[in-house]
Each structure stands twice: as structure tokens, then as C-alpha cells.
Ligand binder design. Structure first.
Ligand code: CP
Length: 300
């Protein structure tokens, strides 16, 4: 059951592995809320190596580590590290692995985390590799669904930038393990790339939100990933092309939950924040117990 050395892709985990992590996260929830301190990671050191911006992933790993008795070192700005002098990713992880017991890596290039793991003496956790994967986000997304809705007979709509959003890419693969009904809702130019669905088995349909809003249990919204567009003009063509408002939800199921990996730009109106459906800030909190469970797996 579980016990993996690196966490690079959600494809590396079975359904049983995922459920095991979610169960462990449940056990850590009280400590994640600051009710008591854990000690299981005492003496361990995590290195955050981020080549792209982050608020939630970086900080929740830090909180998870510290609340379990461990400590954290950060390498955030490329300009302030020897990467600016031309040090390779392979050498960077070799060196950081001499200081820390685990490396949490975010990098703009798809495949960077797998490459880093091949050169690292310590476990590497993928905190997002370009438009590739974001497996720890997927685990906290599944945890949120299990806590706030249900993973059984789930009907979920994935809305927004399905082309570049790594959170969606990871989540779809995991959802197929749970036999979910998945609706893809996006502007045509941001549709999920067809080759992505090769080898992905499941009930996956394209839809318009108003056709399915009464049916779905979860609406998972993503922002347009501006930083992944090859040029600004292409981005401008779709910017602001979709938005969820309180009015959009008028016909929604009472139990519908709305999730978003955040940050949001303008795709969920603030009027939604006050509704019973909004779970995206709670989702952010769930990152802490889930990352506690992941850290325990790779280091203990
Ligand atoms: N959800 C997420 O990855 O957020 P950050 O970019 O702030 O880490």
C-alpha cells in the first residue's frame, strides 16, 4: 500500500494508493488545524525548489512540514541562486539533496520533475511541471471532493483552460479510477488536447455548463493559464470568455460544490464566495493534511 519514494505523476498511484493517502490525511487534520503538534518529521528538512511562482503549494508544504516537527529551506528566486550562473537542474537537485531530506520542485518544463528524480539522492515531489502534472494538487482535490461531496457516483464538470491546466490533467486521470462522469466545459481553443485522452478510460463528455448545471455534484473551475500561451494575442482572444456568477448557479443542485485550485483571476465572481457552493478556500486548507500524508510517505 502506497509507500513511494518520489511523487511525480498521478499515474504512478493506484486507486488503493490514493485512498490510503486520503485516509492518512484525515488522521492529520487536527494537527493541520494547529490543534497540537506532530513530531513524526522531527529532524527532517524539506527543500522548496520553485522555478515558478506559488503561494499555496509552497506555503502548505512548509506548514505541513513544520506542524509535523520538521523544518524547511527555500530556493525561490532563480536570480538569487547559482541557476543564474548556469547550474543545471541535475546539479541543483544533486546539491540540494546534500542539504535536505526531500525536494519539492516546481518547474516550467513538462518532465522536469521526472528528470530531477532520476538525478536525486532524496525523494522528489512534483509541485507542478509546466502544463504537465500537479499530483499533490490532485490528491487534495480528491480529498476535498470526499470531504465536501462524495467520490461515489460522482458527476463533475471541469471548466476553463483544459488545454494548459496541469491541475486538470492530473485530476482527469485520477477521476477515471473512481468511475466518475466527467464533463469538459471550455472555449474551443482551450479544449483538452485529444491525444491526452489516449489510454484514459472513462465516461468523458464535452458539454455547455447550462446543460449540466442541474446534474453535477462538483464544478471545478480553472483560470486561463496566461503564462503558457505562446503569444499575448492568442491569450487576449479568450481572456474573460467565461465566468461563474451567483446567477449561473440559480438552477444548481443545492449540494453542488465549486472548487478551484486558485489563484483565480476573474472566472469566479466574488458573489459566488458567499454561496453555500463555494469550497475553494476550504480546498486550500485541505492541502495541509494531504501534504502531511505525502511527506510522511516519502520520508518515513
Ligand atoms: N494551486 C496552486 O498550485 O497554487 P499555487 O500556484 O499558489 O501554488
Amino acid at each position: 500500500m502506497a509507500h513511494f519514494r518520489h511523487l511525480i505523476s498521478i499515474d504512478d498511484l493506484s486507486r488503493a494508493d490514493i485512498l490510503y493517502i486520503l485516509d492518512r490525511a484525515e488522521e492529520y487534520e487536527e494537527i493541520a488545524m494547529g490543534r497540537g503538534m506532530g513530531r513524526v518529521l522531527e529532524g527532517k528538512l524539506l527543500a522548496n525548489v520553485f522555478f515558478e511562482p506559488s503561494t499555496r503549494t509552497r506555503m502548505s508544504f512548509e506548514v505541513a512540514m513544520k506542524r509535523l516537527g520538521g523544518d524547511v529551506i527555500n530556493m525561490t528566486a532563480q536570480e538569487a541562486s547559482s541557476v543564474a550562473k548556469g547550474e543545471s537542474l541535475a546539479d541543483t537537485v544533486r546539491v540540494v539533496g546534500k542539504y535536505a531530506d526531500v525536494i519539492v520542485l516546481r518547474h516550467p518544463l513538462e518532465g522536469a520533475a521526472r528528470f530531477a528524480a532520476e538525478h536525486s539522492e532524496v525523494p522528489v515531489i512534483n509541485a507542478g511541471d509546466g502544463a504537465g502534472q500537479h499530483p499533490t494538487q490532485t490528491l487534495l482535490d480528491l480529498y476535498t471532493i470526499r470531504k465536501e461531496s462524495s467520490l461515489d457516483e460522482l458527476k463533475i464538470a471541469l471548466m476553463g483552460d483544459l488545454k494548459y491546466s496541469r491541475t486538470v490533467h492530473s485530476l482527469i486521470k485520477a477521476l477515471t479510477l473512481f468511475d466518475a462522469e466527467i464533463y469538459l466545459v471550455s472555449p474551443p481553443s482551450l479544449a483538452l488536447p485529444e491525444d491526452f485522452l489516449e489510454g484514459v478510460r472513462g465516461k468523458i463528455y464535452t458539454a455547455q455548463l447550462d446543460e449540466i448545471i442541474e446534474e453535477i455534484d462538483v464544478l471545478y473551475v480553472t483560470r486561463i493559464q496566461k503564462e503558457r500561451f505562446p503569444d499575448e494575442e492568442e491569450y487576449k482572444k479568450v481572456a474573460g470568455s467565461y465566468k461563474v456568477t451567483a446567477e449561473t448557479l440559480r438552477k444548481a443542485n443545492r449540494s453542488l460544490i465549486i472548487m478551484h485550485p486558485l489563484p483565480r483571476v476573474d472566472e469566479i465572481d466574488v458573489s459566488v464566495d458567499r454561496t453555500r457552493h463555494a469550497k475553494y478556500f476550504q480546498q486550500t486548507f485541505y492541502g495541509v493534511p494531504v501534504r502531511m500524508a505525502i511527506l510522511s510517505e516519502v520520508m518515513l
